[in-house]
Design a protein around this ligand. Sequence first.
Ligand code: ARG
Length: 588
Amino acid sequence: NDKEIIGSQKQQIAKLFEESLRAAFPDIPDVQPLVAICNDPKHGDYQCNNAMSLWNKIKGKGTQFKGPQPVGKAIIENLPASEMIENCSIAGPGFVNIVLARQWIAKSLQKMLIDGIETWAPKLPVKRTVVDFSSPNIAKEMHVGHLRSTIIGDTLARMLEFSNVDVLRRNHVGDWGTQFGMLIEFLYEKFPNWEAGSAPAIGDLEVFYKASKQRFDNDAEFKERAQKAVVSLQGGDEKYRMAWAQICEISRKEFQKVYERLGVHLEEKGESFYNPYIPKALEMLNEKGLIEESEGARVIFIEGKKIPLIVVKRDGGFNYASTDLTALWYRLNEEKADWMIYVTDVGQREHFEMVFSAAKRAGWLPPNENDYPKASHVGFGLVLGEDGKRFRTRSTEVVKLVDLLDDAKKRCKAALEERGKTKDWTAEELEQTAEAVGYGAVKYADLKNNRLTNYTFNFDQMLSDKGNTAVYLLYAHARICSIIRKSGKDIEELKKSAAIDLAHPDERMLGLHLLQFAEIVEDACTSLLPHLVCEYLYNISEDFTKFYTNCQVVGSAEETSRLLLCEATAVVMRKCFHLLGITPVYKI
Ligand code: ARG
């Protein structure tokens, strides 16, 4: 860990321009350099966009400058010498176009190959984040929405972890609602001899859940008993506690099957965990004068919202909102997180807006939402079936997620065998590849869309080896690995003995885009949009195809340089896969 993390390319360029701005305009403090990828690659690789706004600040105030163009010129003239930049030029009203030096790009790639891609990790202004994701409800179906939350949340956690942020991966399971009263009461009816250590074969909890719900809705006597059961449970009655704990355990095992297939790790801190802290948290809000009485309930009114946030129900019980307010307080003060990220469907946006607003009113969060500590809701759209309706296997049933993942794997295995290239593979190799490609395909199909949009679940499409799919990308990566393998060269040796040159324009383009990896991850983290990484990964594979079509690798005069460029591409693609929770394969 003694290797220096250099941050993204954009951050490095910005640093140069920060120095130049300070030197050229010493009287204007704290000008943030505005560096971006060049709109038109014909003009340059990057651009610095400070001249216009600087000119607006100084014009008419006796400045020696005669317009934004000379301002831009001064920015260029004051740039410290750097091997990074080949040249800068002015365009339009003072845009500074930047062309990176080819040797610099090559050298950076080579350095990354030797020191590891970790040295390219972006630098983010946060130390510790909570990513609250997956979060299914005990005894209820873990539906496809929870699958999306699991996939998106895991990716965000991976990107932040890669960026050296401490990430608390939190499974905020719904383990503390009134549903437990009716469920436990119902189960005791079915299994009167239920005791600790003698778990009845409860099997499919959901079936019991639905049956108990029906009883609850239609049988007044049962309803009363169920409500008493909630009180007993929350009061700590041992018999009810035991039943509750067992139910949670059964559900947990079911959830775990999904997490295992997806390779996702989470730490459960369910709603029940925060329960003991709720009275204290509400007391703090009350002291700030936030809590009011309304129609028998205790509520917080939020500016701009018609309906207040209920924090104590009419029956005196706590709810989803009281738990979330308390969890937010806990994460801020006990866990010392400076960014709280919540991954749920867009349907919960309003809930989180209200919770965050209340926290701002209480002074727990700063008024400006760009300041830290910060809370962000990461919403996502629906998964649709071919019929354009909510995705289900049969019209009445939600999809069983484990079956769905197993199905993806099975289909991949069949497709691999059909290709006829797997004859000399071991059974284990086939199994692992089918798993990597199958689960990868499901994840990628979800992640490649902007998360806010709905997307249609289509096995044929996501398992196709053409187009923007995981299958295509995994194969592309495996093909690069096979080019290197078949060259017979020792790539570890080449990293040290050979040099990368990027003489051909397609080589330079690929190299430049590889160098942009860190800033893409940075953008994906700050905007919480994983599809940016998918887009990038796909573009890299396109750049590679172009390069490989136009530049001979094996047997050419540039062979060693080009093999290193192949290796750099494979390393970057692999890291993208890793960030997306997809296991790369090396053989196809
Ligand atoms: N259990 C909730 C659901 O299934 C999601 C919880 C999300 N996290 C939170 N802190 N509210 O809808």
